[in-house]
Write a protein that binds this ligand. Structure first.
Ligand code: HEC
Ligand code: HEC
Length: 330
């Protein structure tokens, strides 16, 4: 097997520059030699110093991977917040092999030739240039980089809104990314996203074409909130416990209550006419937990009594009210 990958030798090495052979005519004038000498430092860095160090990939790991791959809950035990964790690999074995990008699971995951593709929150995936950087780090021997001790790649601390500041998608997105997107992604742990619900981007989270899982302004009418509180079963995250912390649950609930603002702070419109499918406990004929339903003629199956667990299918009115169409005991 050739040891040099396609990355190597792509650029001519200036060490080998010769003008004329031993018997050749020396046409190089002093001026041209001077020009060559001046141009050499402009040869792109890749030709001179091909080695990529861990310090160059650490910022990408911090921004795109560490939110999941850290601590005791790291998927498959693969910790990506230090070079030692990365080199130690996962429960399945090494994820990088020096000099062999194509044989390295980490590279295959970044390219999607091994599924699920990483980062699990994608798309967006890493750019071609970013993947190439990882490939060169593997191809050139998994070096630590210039700084002998590379600081741990820290995931950015989850931002919390200041007092009186609105809750936006930017505050809740890290919760969805770390706790939900591993399944609720187009190609997640369970294959297709469960119930078609994708939670790795704002638009997808708010998508109400199939049915609304988030009704802006109304946590009680939002199945997403019901699921993380455990009012609707099965409780989410599906692989819990641990469930979301009280603090996280409160933050997501408040985000919905304030209108499910996007990252720029703009509240989402009420999805008038959208279908909802809610699970919870009937506290009265027109009351699902704390949600007051709009009394309306609706089909009642398996006569769920007060205190019973029920599924309510209905539609969102212009004023945000939920008009039930069918109430079914579960
Ligand atoms: C949203 C959480 C999440 C993010 C972000 C994420 N991963 Fe993963 N990763 C997972 C999960 C879950 C698995 C286990 C999937 C499986 O069953 O193969 C996994 C598996 C892997 C594996 C396979 C390990 C093996 O031995 O098979 C590699 C390699 C990996 N991730 C690298 C990365 C890299 C590199 C990034 C960033 C570019 C990243 N991951 C971002 C959740 C995530
Ligand atoms: C381990 C995989 C997994 C994880 C992690 C996960 N879910 Fe789920 N989710 C599922 C499955 C499976 C279902 C379908 C369960 C059912 O209703 O039978 C589901 C259903 C749902 C539903 C109901 C969708 C609907 O249309 O009624 C919501 C809402 C939901 N999940 C939100 C979340 C949230 C929010 C998180 C993170 C806090 C999360 N899930 C984490 C697997 C997962």
């Amino acid at each position: 097997m050739p040891s040099a990958g396609p990355h190597d030798g792509a650029m001519p090495m200036h060490r080998g520059w010769r003008v004329g052979g031993p018997s050749g005519r020396r046409v190089l004038t002093g001026a041209v030699a001077l020009c060559v000498a001046l141009l050499l430092p402009m040869v792109p860095p890749v030709a001179r110093a091909q080695a990529v160090g861990y310090d160059e990939i650490a910022p990408l790991l911090a921004a795109r991977c560490v939110m999941c791959h850290t601590g005791t809950a790291a998927p498959l035990g693969l910790k990506l917040d230090t070079i030692d964790g990365l080199l130690a690999g996962s429960q399945r074995g090494l994820v990088v092999k020096a000099g062999d990008p194509a044989g390295s699971e980490l590279i295959r995951r970044l390219k999607g030739s091994s599924q699920p593709r990483m980062p699990m929150t994608g798309p967006p995936w890493l750019s071609d240039a970013e993947v190439a950087l990882f490939e060169r780090w593997v191809a050139t021997g998994l070096g630590r980089g210039k700084a002998g001790a590379v600081p741990a790649a820290q995931a950015p601390a989850p931002a919390r809104p200041g007092p009186g500041e609105p809750v936006t998608y930017a505050h809740v997105a890290p919760i969805f990314a770390t706790r939900c997107a591993k399944c609720h992604a187009p190609n997640g742990l369970m294959g297709a996203a469960p119930e078609g619900l994708v939670l790795n981007a704002y638009e997808a989270t708010l998508d109400s074409r199939d049915r609304a899982r988030v009704v802006p302004g109304q946590p009680a009418a939002s199945e997403l909130v019901r699921r993380i509180r455990g009012q609707a079963r099965p409780r989410m995250p599906f692989d819990g416990p641990p469930w979301l912390s009280d603090d996280e649950t409160a933050l997501v609930t408040e985000w919905v209550r304030q209108g499910a603002r996007n990252a720029e702070g703009r509240p989402a419109p009420v999805p008038v006419g959208a279908e909802v499918r809610l699970h919870g406990t009937l506290q009265g004929p027109w009351q699902l937990d704390e949600l007051a339903l709009v009394p309306a003629p609706s089909r009642r199956d398996r006569s769920p009594g007060v205190g019973g667990y029920a599924e309510v299918r209905g539609r969102v009115q212009a004023d945000g009210g939920i008009v039930p169409q069918r109430v079914r005991g579960r």
